[in-house]
Design a protein around this ligand. Structure first.
Ligand code: HEC
Length: 136
């Protein structure tokens, strides 16, 4: 939204015509991750699934360039690294990314307050990921 203010109006209108970031059909869920509890899954959905699954919830601003391009880029790169709808099982890396605070990305939090996990919620999610890593 701040980026939009820097765009002259004509350019902003033209930007809406760029096809990148406009196709918000989610690919099918190929392999659901075997979460150890519904609570752990809910936390992952709240904090990670928008970028690391095929169940992305597209916010209204994801339809408006240039925000749409930034959102699309996050989702493309996020799914590429880790996709919990396609059987990725690097649970250990995910636990580490949460523990070291690198995920979810800081800039995602203001618009997604549910993704800001409390210490207790982080502990539940990390424990589930570690249990799944051991079972693997
Ligand atoms: C707003 C989108 C977004 C959300 C939400 C998000 N990620 Fe990511 N994630 C990315 C992107 C983009 C990358 C690849 C580029 C990078 O590493 O910054 C990534 C990379 C990763 C990686 C691989 C690289 C690394 O840091 O080890 C892991 C693991 C990961 N994310 C885990 C998670 C987990 C776990 C959550 C939820 C607690 C989460 N992410 C939430 C966008 C997101």
């Amino acid at each position: 939204m701040i980026a939009a203010a820097a765009f002259p109006l004509g350019a902003l209108a033209a930007a809406q015509l760029v096809p990148y970031g406009r196709d918000h059909r989610n690919p099918p869920v190929v392999a659901e991750t075997p979460w150890t509890s519904a609570e752990a899954r809910d936390l992952a959905v709240a904090a990670c699934y928008d970028c690391h699954s095929n169940e992305t919830r597209w916010p209204w601003y994801s339809n408006v360039a240039p925000m749409s391009w930034l959102v699309q880029r996050d989702v493309d790169r996020g799914r590429d690294e880790l996709n919990w709808s396609e059987g990725d099982d690097d649970f250990d890396d995910a636990a580490e990314a949460i523990a070291d605070g690198s995920m979810p990305p800081r800039q995602y939090l203001p618009n997604h307050p549910a993704a800001r996990l409390s210490d207790d919620e982080e502990a539940v999610l990390i424990a589930a990921l570690e249990a799944m890593d051991e079972r693997d």
